[in-house]
Design a binder for this molecule. Structure first.
Ligand SMILES: *[C@@H]1O[C@H](CO)[C@@H](O)[C@H](O)[C@H]1NC(C)=O
Ligand SMILES: *[C@@H]1O[C@H](CO)[C@@H](O)[C@H](O)[C@H]1NC(C)=O
Ligand SMILES: *[C@@H]1O[C@H](CO)[C@@H](O)[C@H](O)[C@H]1NC(C)=O
Ligand SMILES: *[C@@H]1O[C@H](CO)[C@@H](O)[C@H](O)[C@H]1NC(C)=O
Ligand SMILES: [Zn+2]
Length: 424
């Protein structure tokens, strides 16, 4: 527009040029489409459709906040999809359920021409479609096994949150709604350190959302690659234990990591309601404490139910960028939080991997006592014969396992569904 027309336009446009701001936001997002750090559509596909993709068309889905058309409207250039399984599957079939979620994300992202599954920073950078990345949400998914972690990497998983709302035998959650492995202030056991080192060696991004602050501190101390909080907001603005306090933000900045701001009202305004202005306050606070180089966006759509007015689903991201434009965020800052910060972190994680390419895979094992549970078959060395034997008295333990599963699991699943709005 010519200066005269801009003046005229602004004169006519009473709300401080809202449509001009929106155009600038859309222009920025066309150049640097958003990389969204966290989305739970795959969980909804399981709950609502039993993962039967043939029953739905992904362009427009009802009862969820994510579909292809709305990702496009929202200028989402890449979406990290969580392969999440409930904590109640810990010690049971968490690994199978995780495989099923990876499978549904892979099928979704390879069967629609608008989507593309990527597994490298270069693939992400060069994709002209809506790129999909796979993450795991909760260390219970690897059942305390580095071999399982490595196989997930081979299946395309490029990040893992160390915990969800339950402790694992080796890391601590920010939540205490489950009683698994009660906290003993073992924020990260030596096996937990081995998990982090193996993720560094593989080139898998360590995600600290849902971990306790002590665990996050321990990881920041030992990780040789930058880490992320894929969907957490600022504790100083909303005092929720899922958010990140200033002292951790400072550590995160020193380690060149990233906090991808969560849009869920519960973490934005610590309540049912919220608005874009409070979301922008989180961005401004984090910029003040840790700089714009430490910020990304991880909406948590379909993992939570309450979102601020004007940010109800993935199509609404331009409204957020518009508000930050209004608050005079520069083009450099906005390009960074939309996309470039995540690309930088991913590339650094890959560089750390490449530097260690001569390192053999870790054969660290969790101490038996730490992971003993009735469903775990424990093999011991043969005493005299040549076959391994089951160290547990198998009849008793297998029975316990199946009784727990068949009687308690439906009940626990029901409980989980009731708890779902808080379990984000
Ligand atoms: C659903 O998406 C398809 C493909 O983009 C489009 O042609 C169709 O009009 C949409 N339907 C509704 C009800 O929005
Ligand atoms: C846990 O241990 C760490 C390191 O020893 C310590 O700094 C922290 O305060 C402890 N946290 C709790 C909750 O006791
Ligand atoms: C947004 O919410 C905050 C806190 O509830 C409130 O103080 C503020 O007035 C709201 N802002 C707008 C623009 O609605
Ligand atoms: C943005 O910058 C302009 C020009 O410097 C200034 O007038 C305006 O008050 C600033 N807006 C905000 C929200 O800081
Ligand atoms: Zn979550």
């Amino acid at each position: 527009m010519s200066p005269v027309r801009v003046l005229l336009f602004c004169f006519l446009c009473t709300s401080s040029c809202a449509s001009e701001l929106r155009e600038r936001a859309l222009r920025l997002m066309a150049r640097d489409p958003l990389i969204d750090g966290h989305n739970d559509l795959a969980l909804q596909l399981r709950i609502l459709h039993n993962n039967k993709l043939s029953h739905i068309r992904l362009y427009n889905l009802s009862n969820v906040a994510t579909d292809i058309n709305r990702l496009k409207t929202g200028r989402v250039g890449a979406q990290v999809f969580a392969a999440y399984v409930m904590c109640t599957a810990q010690e049971k079939d968490a690994v199978r359920l995780t495989l099923e979620q990876i499978d549904v994300i892979q099928r979704m992202c390879t069967s629609y021409p608008d989507l593309e599954l990527v597994t490298s920073a270069q693939g992400l950078e060069q994709s002209t479609k809506t790129a999909c990345l796979i993450s795991i949400e909760g260390g219970h998914s690897i059942d305390s096994s580095l071999a399982t972690l490595r196989m997930f990497y081979q299946l395309g998983v490029r990040s893992m949150a160390l915990t969800h709302t339950c402790n694992t035998p080796w890391a601590e959650s920010s939540s205490n709604i489950y009683s698994f492995y009660p906290k003993k202030n073992q924020s990260l056991t030596s096996f937990g350190e081995a998990v982090v080192r193996e993720m560094n060696r593989l080139g898998m991004i360590v995600d600290l959302s849902h971990s306790s602050w002590d665990t996050a501190r321990s990881v920041l101390e030992i990780s040789t690659a930058p880490v992320i909080f894929s969907h957490s907001s600022a504790f100083a603005v909303c005092q929720h234990n899922r958010n990140v306090p200033d002292w951790l933000l400072v550590m995160l900045k020193e380690k060149r990591g990233l906090i991808m701001v969560n849009m869920h009202s519960g973490f934005i305004s610590c309540g049912e309601k919220g608005n874009i202005s409070v979301v922008a306050d989180h961005f401004e606070h984090i910029r003040k404490v840790a700089g714009f180089e430490s910020i990304g966006i991880g909406g948590d759509y379909d993992g939570a139910s309450k979102f601020p007015d004007g940010l109800e689903d993935v199509s609404k991201y331009p409204a957020l960028i518009q508000e930050l434009v209004r608050r005079n965020w520069t083009e450099t800052e906005l390009a960074a939080i939309l996309r470039r910060n995540f690309l930088r972190v991913f590339k650094e994680v890959e560089k750390v991997r490449d530097r260690q390419s001569s390192q053999p895979p870790s054969e660290a094992e969790i101490p038996l006592a730490d992971a003993a549970n009735p469903c775990r078959l424990i093999l011991t060395r043969p005493v005299s014969g040549s076959v391994f034997r089951d160290a547990s008295s198998s009849n008793v333990n297998v029975l316990t396992c199946s009784v727990v599963s068949s009687v308690l699991l439906p009940f626990l699943l029901l409980l989980l569904l009731l708890l779902l709005p808080t379990a984000v």
